[in-house]
Design a protein around this ligand. Sequence first.
Ligand SMILES: [Zn+2]
Length: 248
Amino acid sequence: MEKTEAIIIRQVDFSETSRVVTFYTHEFGKVPLLAKGAKRLKGPFESGLDLLSVCDIVFIRKSSGSLGILTESRLKKRFQNTHQELIRLYGGYYLAELLDGLNEEFDPHPGLYKAALQALVRLDDEASLPRLAIILFELALLREIGHLPNFETCLKCERSTQEGAPFAYWVSQGGLLCRRCQTRDYENNRIGLEAVRWLRQLSEPEAIEPERLDEKVLREMNNVTTSAVSYDLGRRPKTLRYLQTLSR
Ligand SMILES: [Zn+2]
């Protein structure tokens, strides 16, 4: 028996009455579990197993390769996303898709769990910027899985990124190119000094976030973080299309 706090990041039907629920847990990382009877109206998990809900769970861990079994789930917080802004709802789905896609099972990252929870709280809070909440989560995720881009120096000439804007993001190498080192292909994808400065600052754990950010800066930062995340995932996240439509 194992016990932990977890966020529900995926649900798949398993049989007439059961479901496989994937949790992102505080102590074990990603864990898919069989929730027997979860589809029954008066099933054993009365508090419900909704996407993005935070629960205290108990489960039986099976030997490698077979699915563990969920025995208890107590709802702690439900992110209802009852607000008007759809971007807050899809932001949550995007977060769940990334947690699922970029983590191995039973590979714990308590720091990432904390960042995910923080992002959900921010998305739920009408006073906070939803797009900034998403960028902060993407940066925390990249940092935790060891793929944070280099925002300090130009990848080719190693000149500091504190000067010499505009920069371009070199996706496959995970870093920036200064103006002198860019080829023409990068012309439409430029990143200004301010966006680079914020990317550098917000990549740090416990970074102090700005209360507001210029639309252009947000867009430039967003281009970098979503490119980095998509590259790691090996594809564009499915929910990204909705998010981008909503951001416009
Ligand atoms: Zn350079």
